[in-house]
Write a protein that binds this ligand. Structure first.
Ligand code: FAD
Ligand code: UDP
Length: 389
């Protein structure tokens, strides 16, 4: 990777806005598979987007933008990323603080037995939930999903307050896909995810991105915004992984994104909490969760670092907000995007989708296939010109 902090110049086949998963995977593919000259820019002073991790001033390995746990069912995505990293196994576990107890989340048999002082087995647990579940004819919202599975009391205990804090909206105002991310179990499996692959890049995400971007055809410029670059650099095609509404100067109105304030602390103690993440569903507490990174990274260190997440309306956009009116506004921006030649939008912000990392990698690989097909078609149409390009 040829990295620079000054204004880049020259001619590139591709300008890629954003050095997160979407931008970096595409840069790697275009450079290595199509021999394209690529300039990747990011307005942040680092690569890796929201997955950025680093050693803080105390030497503790932390994630700057909250916990990033890699999980996927797609062998193809693991095979692709394995070219750039070794892995360490990590199964994520989460506890929820409910009054003075910390109980497994997602709700499982242990959660029910701890909360209600019972000794149910799996079959009894299923019957217990079935007796509380409230049938909902048309499951549309994030409230419907949970209430129809576990009833109102457990919904209020675990989901309503957390969701109101996280999104600034009641679950009844959010698409069902949001809380449907979190399952309910009647066995004692206390892992947050059940994906076939639950692994973390052994040397971290940033190290993996350094390898992804390490190619003579790739130039990376950090701390530069697309707004200052768009007229200064010569390029044929633009890949844009920032917020799609920002690209179009908000001409159809602002797409809502949810923001977070991260409060990072390093503590003079080896361990802070029993698992990687503790969720705080109560609205009496202003933050949603606390992450202790040593569980995620496996680092041994006499100190430990934690991050509190405070959701807000102000700041960097972290989460697209899944609800029908936002989907509709996005569709209108998408129509503008489709009518804009030589620009490709993707990633969590560029496609306004609540994607996990593996899904963004999948989207970037699929986008590359389309671009490669278009290049192949161009080469057939004008063989001389395309050989020269
Ligand atoms: P990003 O990583 O956001 O990268 C986009 C980049 O574009 C940014 O670095 C930004 O600075 C840059 N940019 C935007 N506009 C401009 C501009 N105009 N000029 C220059 N640069 C610009 N996923 C999981 O799979 N597992 C997890 O455990 C997980 N935890 C998460 C926790 C939190 C708190 C958050 C917010 C997300 C989490 N995710 C997780 C999701 C994950 O972060 C995303 O799926 C992934 O990082 C998206 O990659 P991306 O390239 O689309 O976007
Ligand atoms: N959620 C909740 N209580 C919890 C955990 C999750 O209400 O203890 C809801 C909340 O709306 C959250 C969504 O489920 O935003 C998805 O949770 P996930 O842990 O997948 O969120 P992420 O890690 O993406 O922030």
């Amino acid at each position: 990777m040829c990295s620079m902090n000054t204004t880049p110049s020259g001619t590139y086949d591709y300008l890629i806005v954003g050095a997160g998963f979407a931008g970096s995977v595409l840069a790697e593919r275009l450079a290595t598979q199509l021999d394209k000259r690529v300039l990747v820019i990011d307005r942040r002073p680092h690569i890796a987007g929201n997955a950025f991790d680093h050693y803080n001033e105390e030497g503790v390995w932390v994630h700057r933008y909250g916990p990033h746990i890699f999980h996927t069912n797609a062998q193809r995505i693991v095979d692709y990323l394995s070219q750039f990293t070794e892995w360490r196994p990590y199964e994520h576990r989460v506890l929820a603080q409910v009054k003075d107890q910390q109980v497994p989340m997602p709700i499982n048999l242990t959660t029910l037995n701890m909360l209600y002082g019972l000794t149910l087995d799996a079959e009894q647990g299923a019957a217990f939930l079935a007796s509380r579940a409230e049938p909902v004819d048309d499951i549309r919202t994030s409230e419907d999903v949970v209430v129809s599975q576990v009833g109102r009391e457990l919904y209020e205990t675990f989901f309503q307050g957390y969701t109101r804090k996280q999104w600034g909206l009641d679950p009844s105002e959010l698409d069902k896909s949001v809380t449907a991310r979190v399952p309910t179990r009647t066995n004692t499996d206390d892992r947050y995810f059940t994906d076939a692959f639950q692994i973390m890049p052994r040397d971290g995400y940033t190290a993996m991105f350094e390898k992804l971007l390490d190619h003579p055809n790739i130039t990376v410029a950090l701390g530069v915004d697309f707004a200052e670059m768009r007229e200064r650099v010569d390029y044929r095609h633009l890949i844009y992984t920032g917020p799609i509404d920002e690209y179009f100067d908000y001409q159809l109105g602002k797409l809502p994104y949810r923001c977070l304030r991260f409060q990072h602390e390093t503590l003079d103690q080896e361990v802070f909490q029993p698992v990687g993440v503790v969720n705080y569903p109560s609205e009496d507490v202003p933050y949603t969760r606390i992450t202790e990174y040593k569980y995620l990274t496996g680092q041994q260190h006499p100190k430990t670092s934690v991050t509190y997440e405070f959701p807000t309306d102000q700041g960097d956009p972290y989460y697209p907000i899944p609800r029908p009116e936002n989907a509709e506004l996005y569709r209108r921006y998408r129509a503008l995007a489709d009518a804009t030649p030589d620009v490709t939008f993707l990633g969590r912000l560029g496609s306004y989708r609540y994607y996990n990392m593996d899904q963004v990698v999948g989207q970037a690989l699929a986008t590359f296939e389309h671009l490669a097909e278009a290049h192949a078609a161009d080469a057939v149409a004008s063989p001389v010109e395309s050989r020269a390009s």
